[in-house]
Design a protein. Sequence first.
Length: 370
Amino acid sequence: MSKFSLLFICLLVYDCLSAMITKTIFSLAASIIKFIFIYLFFLNAYADTVNKKYEPEEKGILALMYHRFEENKYPSTNIKMAVFKKHLELIKNNNFEFFDPKDFEKEFYNVKINKKILITIDDAFLSFYNNAWPVLKKNQIPFILFTSTETIGNKGYMTIDQLKEVESYSFAYLGNHSHSHEYMVEFDFEKYTKDIDKSIDIFKAQFNYNPIFFSYPFGEYSLKQKKYISSNFKFAFGQHSGVIDLNKDPYELPRFPINEKYGDLKRFEFLINLLPLQYNKLFPEDKLVVNNNPPEMTIEFFKEQKNLGQINCFSDEGGSWDNTNINLIENQLKIYFKEKFNFRRGRINCSLNDTDGWRWLGSQFSVNLN
């Protein structure tokens, strides 16, 4: 083969390789650009889902919180089974559907034009398994059962096998309730994270997953603790009353506590018909009260919310429930607590008799009394 022929072949191979390399580079660059556009699209789409906007058709999800069933020596956390069955009847008679927790991620940021009721149970007491579970199972009523991992199998609590039995049904969901269920708002941050991490490890070891739902023990948390929960769960529930709507913080979801005192049928029928009182912002963001008792509080409502002049607020400042001083300036509500909160949990509820029914929101402070 002549030198010219060899040179020609080399140049031809070079040109082909160059074309292939160039094409590969352009293809890779195009793929990267495409990925960036897709990423920005979904980032923008996500931003749209969390962008707060008043929705007049939003009826919300009303969550109920139960603990014990037919444990009559604990009236503050107990409900009698005859009353519980009446609650389920009233929900059906008012034409409300039971909300299936599997739809939470899909429906949370969507407008819910029909009110739905969510059943939640805290602590996984044995009385739930013996009394309420057969009723819920028979009627296939969906619910979330929150359990603390340290109490599993202890006297008066459900065992691992019982939890696995319940969780095997498609309408039953487990939620994480911490490991120790202590007054965790008093924990230093390292101790807090170790407790949560331990509960996650036990869930993964026993159930092969960590639930997407969390329930704060006693409804107490600091802002720093809430942020840690948000990095490990998709939704978290407190113990303040109110109706879940698409503008609520997914890590401060309200529930109505139900017990012997607050479970009478007349009150129950009133509360399941409540509508969400939507707001844009609520201050302070940190609900832990240390040196600022009583705290300052402001709620910024949406300008589209009508009849704000008829709002009333009640709190348990000073140790008893009473009207709270408020001042409404356009769509901003300033709340002036007259006295200090003298219990470890300070609560405030606001109600509004709107054109289409009563609206309600609640908030809870964790109070350091030391």
